[in-house]
Design a binder for this molecule. Structure first.
Ligand code: NAD
Ligand code: WQD
Length: 350
């Protein structure tokens, strides 16, 4: 094997992976993106290049395929992996549990196997605040118990962390699991953003689509929760802050600092209700969001926000962006989507 030049970013054509690729390249890393494009578009690779000034290497690979995954690791000198590749639609995971377990667990196991075989020792994993369920106390810290998952998707994150805990006990692998709260927003260039195939189900993309006139209105899922305005509370975090945290975590791993397996919350530490988000969007953009109050969405957590003390203390990282920038960039991105080729615009039901 030649020199280990590349940071392998699996799922790097996706939402968070593409923003992280930009941040990695800005920090001087060479990026190899592996993605099967099941929820993304190859055009994103060129856009990462436009922002970063150089284009990442791209390989279309299904990481559930062991032979292709091994071939990828044999073809490139990989020094570390940031593993974003997964299916992430909570509702869909309830309808298609085996597809979620197969995709999210097999891809992880194949990538970890290839790391072991080729001596890659640094691994960053995309986990989720979903592992906490409804925490007993807030803000929720990393030592809070991991609860029974609300969905097969959540279950894959919980199981993946267990796999990583075991894998890092057995060999030289070191891993950081970042438990994201609610990533929103886009790169300020509006060249990349949340760009999935199909209909959005998360709050911010629904809000921006309503604002753009592509959806008639927002249905607020329940206003009878025991929160100040009755709607659910989440810790929204700018995707560029999420991206930056990956670079810091990677650098910690490459320096071989800390324990073989560490978990960190990735949030701002501030909670906002659904109605606060709707009103903040109007105040920031001047665009009213028509909404109706609907029933609670099954499986929704009432309220959750992060204790971000650990990542701040250990890695010196904290969120730089506030709600205003999250809204501005999400809205700019929604408007930029208008100018993209119709065939690849979001929500086309491809
Ligand atoms: P995304 O769907 O935009 O990106 C995931 C990428 O992985 C897609 O480009 C998809 O094509 C690719 N992929 C999926 N299965 C693959 C496979 N078998 N082989 C190769 N590529 C594959 O999602 P995202 O929002 O960028 O999420 C990235 C990661 O972060 C996921 O693991 C997700 O579960 C996790 N996460 C996301 C959120 C969120 O709200 N977006 C919150 C917590 C955790
Ligand atoms: C936010 C709030 C909804 C849409 C999900 C996953 C989680 C993580 C992030 C991946 C909730 C309300 C939403 C709408 C609404 N993903 N809402 N009307 O559910 O916190 O988290 O994405 O790991 O695991 O579960 O995010 O954006 O879907 O919802 O009222 O049309 O907005 O009820 O209170 P959620 P979300």
């Amino acid at each position: 094997m030649g020199e280990r030049n590349y940071i392998l970013v699996t799922g790097g054509a996706g939402y968070i992976g593409s923003h992280t690729a930009v941040e990695l390249m800005a920090s001087g890393f060479d990026v190899l993106v592996a993605d099967n494009l099941s929820n993304s578009h190859e055009e994103v690779i060129g856009r990462i290049g436009e922002i970063a000034g150089r284009t990442p290497v791209f390989e279309k690979v299904d990481l559930c395929d062991k032979a292709s995954t091994d071939a990828l690791f044999d073809a490139y000198g990989i020094s570390a992996v940031i593993h974003f590749a997964a299916l992430k639609a909570v509702g869909e995971s309830v309808e298609q549990p085996l597809r979620y377990y197969r995709n999210n667990l097999l891809s992880l196991i194949n990538v970890l196997g290839a790391c072991g075989r080729t001596g890659v020792e640094s691994f960053v994993f995309s986990s989720s605040c979903t592992v906490y369920g409804q925490p007993d106390s807030l803000p929720v810290g990393e030592t809070a118990p991991v609860k029974e998952a609300e969905s097969p998707y959540g279950s894959t994150k919980k199981m993946s962390e267990e796999i990583l805990a075991d894998a890092t006990r057995q060999n030289t692998l070191r891993a950081v699991s970042l438990r994201y709260f609610n990533p929103v927003g886009a790169h300020h260039s509006a060249l990349i953003g949340e760009y999935p195939i199909g209909k959005p189900s998360n709050l911010m993309p629904v809000i921006t689509r309503v604002a753009a006139g592509k959806l008639p209105g927002l249905e607020v899922f329940g206003d009878d929760y025991p929160t100040p305005d009755g709607t659910c509370i989440r810790d929204y975090i700018h995707v560029m802050d999420v991206a930056a945290a990956h670079v810091v975590a990677l650098e910690r791993l490459l320096k071989r600092e800390g324990q073989p397996f560490e978990v960190y919350n990735l949030g701002t530490g501030k909670g906002h209700s659904v109605l606060e988000m709707v009103h903040a969007f109007r105040d920031r953009t001047g665009v009213d969001i028509a909404y109706t109050i609907g029933p609670r969405r099954p499986g929704d957590i009432e309220q959750v926000w992060a204790d971000v003390g650990k990542i701040r203390k250990v890695m010196g990282w904290k969120a730089q962006y506030g709600l205003g920038e999250m809204i501005d960039t999400a809205w700019q991105w929604e408007q930029a989507l208008e100018t993209l080729e119709p065939g690849i615009s979001r929500g086309g039901g491809e």
